[in-house]
Design a binder for this molecule. Structure first.
Ligand SMILES: Nc1nc2c(c(=O)[nH]1)N[C@H]1C(S)=C(S)[C@@H](COP(=O)(O)O)O[C@H]1N2
Ligand SMILES: [Mo]
Length: 431
C-alpha cells in the first residue's frame, strides 16, 4: 500500500521550476527589478506563521526563496498544511489529521484543478448563463441569484472520484491522492433546482452540462479542461447548490471563486468551479472528462491489471460508503486510553454504523455516531479505546451505510483508480 513517493512533488521542486510563479502562488510575493522579493503583507504573515515568528530581514530574501525551516511543508496562500501533489495544474490534498474539524475550514479544503484557474475574477460582473432546453434562457449575476432565489447554507461533502488512487496496484495514472481529497465545508448559495425551475426545464431534458472559466493546460482558448454534468434527476435534488460563499466568506480562489456548483455525494468533478454556464441537454453530456474512461469504471468487477474495453466503462454516479480517522494522526504517540474519531459518508445515503478495531480487525466496537447536520453532510463519530499494554497498534475504522453496505478491507481495483473506499488504518504507539 506504499505511495509512490516520486509522484509527489515537493515544494522545493515547485520553487526550482518556476520560482516567480511559486512565490506568487504561495506567498503572494511579487518580484521587483533588483530581484529581491517583495512580500505582500498577507504573504509575509503566511511565511512568518510557517516559521513560527517574524522574519526581520525578510526584504533580503531573494525571489523563489524557501525558508529552510519550512522543510517539506507545503503551503498555498490561504491554505494550511496541504500536501502538493502537482503544481501544473495545482492539486493538493489534506492529511487526515488536518480534517479533524466537524466542518472543514476553507484553509483545509483540498484543491483539484484540471486546468489553469482564472485570475483576478470580479464577483460583481460575474454572470451565469442558463440555456439549452429551457423555456427562458437566463443570464444572472451573483446579485441576481441572491435576490431572486432562496439563499441557503448547508454542510456538503465533496470527494474527488480519484481519492485513494495512490494505493492502487498496478498503479493508476493521475494524481496520486491518498486520503485527503475529501472535505465537508459549509456552502452558501441557491439551489440549482430553483434556478432550473425558474428557467423552465423542458420535457426532453435528461442531463446537465457545466462550464467554467478556467483555461486548458495547452493554452488553447477553444479547449475546455473539464465540463461535466449530472442526470436531471440529480440536478433537481434539494442539496445541489450554486454556491457563492464557503464557510461564511467568499470562495477561495482555488475552490472556484466567485461561483461554483456543489454536488454532494457524487464525484466532485461534477461540481464545476468558476461556474459560468449550465446547459440542459436532451442527451448525456459529452464534454471533456465525460467520455472515454474519465470518471468511469468498468460496469462489472475486474481483476487487478485486467484490460477492459472502453465501451464497458460506465459513468460514476454516487460515491461509495467510506470513513476517515482524523484523530489520532498516523504515527502518533498515545496513552493507554485514547479517543479516536473521524467522519463517515456515503453518496445519497446516510451512515448507520461505524465500528473501530485496535487488534487488526479481530474485534470491533461501535463508535458513537452523529446524524448528518443536513442531507449531504458527512457524519462525525468517536470512540474511546483502551489498549491492553504498551506497544504498536492500528486503529481501523469501517462504516456501514443505510443500505447495509460496508467498506471493504481490500481494494476493488479499476483501471483509472477511482472509488477507493477501503478501510482507513492509522498506526499509533501507546505507552
Ligand atoms: N472549472 C473546474 N471545475 C472543477 C474542476 C476543474 O478542474 N475545473 N475540477 C473538478 C474536480 S475533478 C474536483 S474533485 C473538484 C474539486 O473541488 P475543490 O478543488 O474545490 O476541492 O472540483 C471540480 N470542479
Ligand atoms: Mo476530482
Amino acid at each position: 500500500m506504499a505511495l509512490d513517493e516520486e509522484k509527489k512533488r515537493s515544494v522545493h521542486e515547485f520553487f526550482a521550476d518556476n520560482p516567480e510563479k511559486a512565490d506568487k502562488t504561495f506567498f503572494g510575493r511579487i518580484s521587483n527589478p533588483d530581484r529581491r522579493g517583495f512580500l505582500k503583507r498577507t504573504g509575509l504573515a503566511t511565511m512568518a506563521a510557517m516559521v513560527g515568528t517574524s522574519i526581520p530581514f525578510h526584504r533580503n530574501m531573494p525571489i523563489g526563496f524557501v525558508p529552510a525551516a519550512m522543510a517539506q511543508q507545503n503551503v498555498l496562500v490561504g491554505k494550511d498544511g496541504l500536501t502538493l501533489l502537482n503544481d501544473r495544474p495545482i492539486n493538493a490534498e489534506t492529511p487526515p489529521e488536518y480534517l479533524d474539524d466537524a466542518i472543514t475550514p476553507t484553509s483545509r479544503h483540498f484543491i483539484r484543478n484540471n486546468g489553469i484557474p482564472p485570475e483576478d475574477v470580479d464577483p460583481a460582473s460575474w454572470t451565469l448563463t442558463i440555456d439549452g432546453f429551457v423555456d427562458t434562457p437566463m443570464e444572472l449575476t451573483i446579485a441576481d441569484l441572491r435576490a431572486q432565489f432562496e439563499v441557503v447554507t448547508m454542510a456538503l461533502t465533496l470527494e474527488c472520484g480519484g481519492n485513494g488512487r495512490g494505493f492502487f496496484n498496478p498503479p493508476a495514472k493521475g494524481n496520486q491522492w491518498t486520503y485527503g481529497a475529501v472535505a465537508c465545508s459549509e456552502w452558501t448559495g441557491v439551489r440549482l433546482k430553483d434556478v432550473l425551475e425558474k428557467a423552465g426545464v423542458q420535457s426532453n431534458v435528461v442531463y446537465t452540462a457545466h462550464y467554467g472559466a478556467d483555461g486548458h493546460l495547452s493554452g488553447d482558448p477553444d479547449k475546455l479542461p473539464i465540463s461535466r454534468g449530472v442526470p436531471i434527476s440529480k440536478a433537481m435534488t434539494d442539496n445541489v447548490l450554486i454556491a457563492f460563499e464557503m464557510n461564511g466568506d467568499a470562495l477561495h480562489p482555488m475552490n472556484g471563486a466567485p461561483l461554483r456548483l456543489v454536488v454532494p455525494g457524487w464525484p466532485a468533478s461534477t461540481a464545476q468551479k468558476w461556474l459560468t454556464r449550465i446547459e440542459l441537454r436532451d442527451q448525456v453530456h459529452d464534454g471533456p472528462k465525460m467520455t472515454g474512461t474519465a470518471y468511469r469504471v468498468p460496469g462489472y468487477p475486474v481483476s487487478a491489471g485486467q484490460d477492459v474495453p472502453k465501451e464497458d466503462f460506465v459513468i460514476i454516479e454516487r460515491m461509495p460508503v467510506k470513513s476517515l480517522v482524523t484523530f489520532p494522526a498516523n504515527g502518533a504517540d498515545t496513552g493507554m486510553e485514547t479517543e479516536v474519531r473521524g467522519h463517515a459518508w456515503s453518496g445519497d445515503r446516510t451512515i448507520s454504523r461505524v465500528e473501530v478495531s485496535t487488534d487488526f480487525g479481530s474485534t470491533w466496537i461501535d463508535a458513537d455516531l452523529d446524524s448528518p447536520v443536513n442531507d449531504g453532510a458527512w457524519q462525525n463519530w468517536r470512540a474511546n479505546v483502551t489498549l491492553p499494554q504498551a506497544g504498536y497498534y492500528e486503529v481501523w475504522a469501517r462504516a456501514t451505510d443505510s443500505e447495509g453496505v460496508m467498506q471493504p478491507f481490500a481494494i476493488d481495483w479499476n483501471p483509472k483508480g477511482y472509488l477507493n473506499n477501503t478501510m482507513h488504518r492509522v498506526g499509533i504507539r501507546a505507552s
